[in-house]
Every structure is written in structure tokens, then in C-alpha cells.
Design a protein around this ligand. Sequence first.
Ligand SMILES: [Zn+2]
Length: 449
Amino acid sequence: MRLMNQQLMHIGLDDTDSTRKGCTTYVAALLVEKLEQLNVRFLDYPNLIRLNPNVPWKTRGNGALCLRIKHDLGLEDKIKEIAISLVEEHSDLGFKGTDPGIVFCKNAEVPEEIRAFAKNAITGIVTLKEATRLIKKFGGEALGFKACRGIIGALAAVGETLEEDHTFELIAYRLPENCGLKRKVDAASIFEMDELTRPYTFNNVDSEKGRVIITPRGPDPILFGVRGETPEIVKKAYGMIKPLEPVERWVVFRTNQGTDAHLKRVNALNQVKPYSSIVAKGVVSRNPRIIPLRHVIFSVKDESGEVDCAAYEPTGALRKVARDLIVGDRVEVYGAVRKPSAGKPLTINLEKISILALAPKLMPQNPVCEKCGKRLKSMGKSKGFRCEKCGTRFDDAEKVQTVVERELKPGLYVTSTRSQRHLTKPLRRYGLEKHGAEAEGMIENWHSP
Ligand SMILES: [Zn+2]
């Protein structure tokens, strides 16, 4: 029987790109083509796993890739050789801080410890030492270039099997000779696609600024990427977009983008740790203050501690919400915890805020006439009040604290589309999450011919 001579392989890739060139998803797309030529069977769409966006030495998207395949035993060496040479050829090895890594795991089931490692790489900080220990323990193989840091992400991509919530992204690539030039895609077709496929696609356009956001800006080979709930919808959306330059190839990825996978719930504010991304409840303890560049800062506390929260100018609507908070409001804050500066409290860079309960807002107002109920008129500072209707004077009356209506309403507020992280779950996805969903079969034609 042929099956006896087959084995599984998970190929993890990470950190081939730099700010000046490349993209690891593109290396994965090239590898898909080469593996198809060898007639291997794909067990899943290529997985695009976004890791902790709050790692200090990572400035870009921090995405790692994993291909999961079944192949004839005799092909193992050939497959590894192809993967290694593609990474070598397409990595920006001359760039400081680009440290590619490849991991091969032949376990039929991804070991629990590697899954746990992946969760930690998405929510916190993991080490290369821990990665290599696990690779050794489970008989995997790893190849790293330069500082080998990419091995961490490569193993994390192997370990994140996306059994919980996940989304899809169809990425279309440019011809190599066009990389670095202005991207040419018909913007109107993207707005139209968004209209026709919502809510099943997301992060296509920024409605606040009326801007297309599916096209990246860097010199990387991505022309655009469409994100959505199913492979079918991203393919359909792709068909609606009019590129005005050639598409070299496209691939559908399964991903943890838009799932909030990076956020870890903490039960007490003293458990908030730098470099992680958290969700925590608290009460506003210092009114918002506007700092230069129109950023808004306020403080939140619970019985265990106090943290600052920052809503930066590009967060748009979120910044406006933050500005309207007052001491006593009960909130749930979501965001990345910044490294603290000496003597300062930890600061959470807000991605979302949920207003749970509003405190009554008091404003000093003139008292009301005892006889006719009309609000009195002030006679000047410390000179008492007078009723304009009946003429009665109230020489000793003082201003009274009155509850005024809040403009802010309880609910969940998310940072503007343009400042959302890859992992941030957009409002549009609420209610569409996939939990413990049975793995469905793959669609045919999940990549360009
Ligand atoms: Zn009166």
C-alpha cells in the first residue's frame, strides 16, 4: 500500500524579510509551487501565524509561516533541500536583524509542548534556547542563518494549528521588477468589493479616512491581501478587485489574523507585564489628559495596582472615547504593554476599550427657584441669585452639583482600521468567530495555477 511509504512534514519558516525587501509569505508561496511539482499533498492551507506584535526587536508584522504536507518517504531530502535553498535565495541576509530560520517536524500530531510554545510566542516572549530544546526533544530539525532567531517563529508557526478562531487571507504578489514601485490597483473596485462582501471580509478600507488599506506600502512583493472568514469569500473578493499591474501569483493562507490571539486576560493590574498584550478591568483613576501630538493618557486602577493607558492620535475614534472618560468609569482595556521608563507606571497602548459602566458626571449649576422651579440667574460672583420669573432673590444660595448626561455610551470601541494590528479582532468579526469548528475540506484552486 502506497500510504505506508508516506509521511507527514510540517515546514516552519520565519524572518527572511527586512524593511527593504522580501516577505516570508512570498517564500512560502514559492515553496507551494515547488512542492506541487513534486506531487505532495497539502494537509492545510499554508498557515500564516502572526506572533507577539509587542516584541521589542521586531518592527514589522512579525508573521511566520508553516506548510503541512504529506509526501512519499523518498522525497524527504529533496523537500528539505528545496525549502532551504528558497529561504537562502529570498532572504535579505545582508540586512542586520534578518535572521532566517527553518524548522522541519515530522510528528503526525504536533506535540502539546510545541503548541504551548506557540501560544507563548503569540502572547509573550520565548527564547531560542527553549525552541531548540523542543526541536531536539521531538526529533525535529532546524536550520538557522546568522543569529538564527527565525527558528523561534518557525517553530511557533508549526505549533499554532489554528484549531480555535482563525481567518483567511488571499495574498496577491507583484512581479519582482515592480517591487519598490507604486502599487497600481483600482481603488473603486476595492470599495465596491468591501460593500458586497461585508461582513465576511474585513480591513479592506479605512472608512474614517476613505482610504484603501489592503495594499501595503513597503518594498515587499505583496500587491494586496484580502482578509475574510472563508477561503471562498476571499477568492470571490479577489475576483472583484481590479489590479492595474500584473499579479505574479496568489495564495490563500489560513491565519490567526483578526482573532485577538495576542491578548491575554489578566485578573489584577499588578500582573500586567511589559512586552505582552493584555485585557484587564479597572476603574478610571485619573482623568484623561492630552499630551503633545494629541495623544490621550488616563489612568486605571484596581485593588492591586494602577496603570496608564494611552490612546494615540492614529487610533481615531478610540482617542475620542478616551478623552471623554472620567474618574470612576468602569472599563476593560485591551492593548500592548509598553516597556516602562524609569519611575513611571506601565503604559498600555490601547487597541480597544470596553466601557462597562459610566460614573455620574457632576457639574456645578445655578440652583432652582423654590417657588416656580425655574433655574436662577447669578447676580455676579458671591452676590447670590435671582429668579427672572418671580423676581425673588436668594442672597445666600450657592451653586449646586448637578448630574449631567454623558455623551459617551457603554460598549466596545476599537482603534481605527488603519491603526489595527494584524492580530486585532475588528468589530466586523464579532459574532463570526469559529470555535472548535470541525476542519473542513480544502477548496480546490487555493493558489494561482
Ligand atoms: Zn421664581
